[in-house]
Design a protein around this ligand. Structure first.
Ligand code: NIG
Ligand code: FE
Length: 417
């Protein structure tokens, strides 16, 4: 049985001519189709046909999308959504002048969330994560990455990954778990970093991939977290074990993270608020995706990543919420798209490319998802607008009407007159 997604005002295909990602000025080509419909069969995009040929398609379920815009399902490629507790107190401290790094150094920050996670059971963590995932689905997200990184012990990192994996089988969208044991040094290893590194390298990394709890690994390269040399050691082992690798780097300081990322040819470098011009050129000569997180700059009130320079240098730019309790308590990909426009001067087309095909590339899923092309998975986000730019203009309003996963409507917003 076929399904026809019929007659939307625009299909923003984000077609890449078979390249499966967009770099530099390619990001500004959203490849829009007018007066076309999408034919889906067995969860896959079978065809994109002009409306004039629709009568030739038989035995079909028809979903009328008149006056709506279809985008590829949104790919949210960087979140820390699996957490417990909250950091509202720290938020207030920052408003009174303390910095994020000062709070972290004083034992708050990631460590305060770690304490809350350690005190929570599997069931409690599942209960907390469930509505957060639903909230993303309602915005048109069909693929969602979620990192561990708030357990910071063998037992608690695995518990958190099991929680995330629970939703791999019990949610309507694709959930990608990432192991972020190298997020911060836990208090018990405060004065013995090499012991914690050894725990990650010798015990956690092998157990997690062997038990299929995560095939992605991430680390945080920063003065308050892991040095470039420490990250290098983790990546060497991760590579041997077959992990897909990513890195939080150049968020507050340049301490060599980008060099390590280039050396290991990893999937993505995330943050880049303080990347230097020289490093931008190096990144542009690689196939590493630059994942920008404007929610962090907004929430912490400091400088934004140089999106224009990265795009002008021909980098592969993606966007994400970085949803977490401390540096970006913003579970809203649409707001991130709006911040990218207002604060980083990205065009509407560039923004769409960044939350679809390029975000899929950061997860190494760009051959299956991220654009509306024949043969790809039928993951779609349908918005109640006539032109896709209106999604960015309507700040604070969720205009997503349908979220479609593998050709099935998994979320439907009540109709408004
Ligand atoms: O991506 N940079 C490190 N990790 C998160 C923040 C996590 C937290 O503050 O809880 C980030 O910004
Ligand atoms: Fe992050």
């Amino acid at each position: 049985m076929k399904t026809i997604f019929k007659n939307p005002s625009q299909i923003v295909t984000v077609d890449t001519n078979g390249k499966d990602f967009k770099s530099g000025n390619e990001l500004s080509d959203a490849a829009i189709l007018y007066e076309h419909s999408i034919i889906v069969e067995n969860g896959i995009i079978k065809d994109l046909i002009p409306n004039s040929s629709l009568q030739k398609v038989n035995e079909s379920r028809i979903i009328d999308l008149k006056d709506m815009v279809v985008l590829p399902g949104l790919v949210e490629c960087h979140t820390h959504a699996a957490f417990a507790g909250n950091r509202a107190g720290e938020f207030l401290m920052r408003l009174q002048g303390s910095s994020y790094e000062e709070i972290a150094q004083a034992g708050g920050g990631i460590i305060s969330t770690m304490k809350a996670v350690r005190e929570s059971s599997f069931d409690e963590l599942v209960k907390l994560l469930q509505p957060r995932i639903s909230h993303f689905v309602a915005q048109g997200v069909t693929t969602l990455e979620i990192k561990s990184g708030y357990g910071l012990s063998y037992y608690d990192e695995i518990k958190l990954l099991q929680v995330i994996n629970y939703f791999k089988t019990n949610s309507s969208i694709c959930i990608i778990p990432t192991f972020l044991g190298a997020h911060a040094y836990p208090p018990e290893y405060k004065n013995d970093h090499s012991q914690y590194l050894e725990l990650i390298i010798k015990e956690m990394l092998p157990y997690i991939i062997k038990n299929k709890l995560a095939e992605h690994v991430d680390a945080f390269c920063e003065k308050t977290a892991f040095s470039a040399e420490e990250v290098d050691k983790i990546f060497l082992k991760a590579k041997k074990l077959g992990y897909k690798i990513r890195l939080h780097t150049e968020q507050f300081n340049n301490i060599g993270g980008l060099e390590v990322a280039l050396k290991h040819k990893i999937l993505s470098v995330d943050h880049l608020e303080v990347i230097t011009g020289k490093d931008i050129s190096k990144l542009a000569n690689s196939e590493i995706t630059a994942v920008l997180l404007p929610g962090v700059s907004f929430f912490l009130d400091y400088g934004y990543a140089p999106a224009r320079k990265l795009i002008e240098a021909n980098c592969i730019v993606a966007l994400s919420t970085d949803f977490n309790p401390g540096s970006s308590h913003i579970p809203n990909i649409q707001l991130i798209m709006q911040l990218a426009a207002l604060k980083m001067k990205m065009s509407a087309e560039e923004i769409i490319s960044s939350v679809t095909i390029n975000a899929a590339k950061a997860l190494d899923l760009n051959k299956q998802i991220g654009s509306i092309e024949i043969g790809k998975q039928a993951d779609l986000a349908v918005f109640r607008v006539k032109e896709f730019q209106e999604i960015i203009y309507n700040i604070g309003v969720n205009l997503n009407r349908y979220t479609v996963k593998k050709g099935e409507i998994i979320y439907q917003q009540a109709e408004t007159k």
